[in-house]
Ligand binder design. Sequence first.
Ligand code: ZN
Length: 245
Amino acid sequence: MRYLVLSDVHANLEALNAVLEAAAGEWDRALVLGDLVGYGADPNAVIDRVRELPIAAMVRGNHDKVAAGLAPTDSFNHVARQAIEWTAAALTPANLQWLAALPQGPMAIDAATEICHGAPWDEDAYLFDERDVERSGSAQDRALCLFGHTHVPSIFRLAPVVEAMLPVRGERCRVPIEPGGRYLVNCGAVGQPRDSDPRAAFGLLDSATRVLTIVRTPYEVAAAQTKILDAGLPGVLAQRLALGR
Ligand code: ZN
């Protein structure tokens, strides 16, 4: 099976459309790692688009959870809270209901692959570095766990010691997966990259050959920015898209 890996779309329709165009013909079913909404101005259009896709598995993100009213806004900073309150008000009742029903990760894809939003042991944990990852050895059931949440493309090899295989650079970065190895991989964010590269990020995984590629594609950042400003969302959410921060 050839999977398209989507994470952290964050209501950025321009980025999602660019990713689907760039990945056309290269995948059969999608893995969706959460945070479809929050920050961006197109929560309903993004959900509608994702619901049309052939989905193999999907888990919720922290923004999905808060937008759906399943978690309090306390954990969010001022800007994220403003955006999620706007999002909750903008979502249709049907999409709110759909978001609320998204399952919690981790979720198994096959004997060798699983997905989660933050970390295999905690959907809200951030895996930025080796120390964050060190706890995963006991909590990750499969050789490859795909995660999101940090918006930073990252590759961690778990054995013999936890090691960050960085940096992930270029338009197409093949993840060096070795047979028998255990890995935690973040293919980056579709809708709000934070590694100083403003291009949308996604993954392509061939489960038969175990080839995983992290791909970057440009999109119409200015159009997404205009929508954010027109919606009355905080200006910083528009500015950061151009910086990839
Ligand atoms: Zn996110």
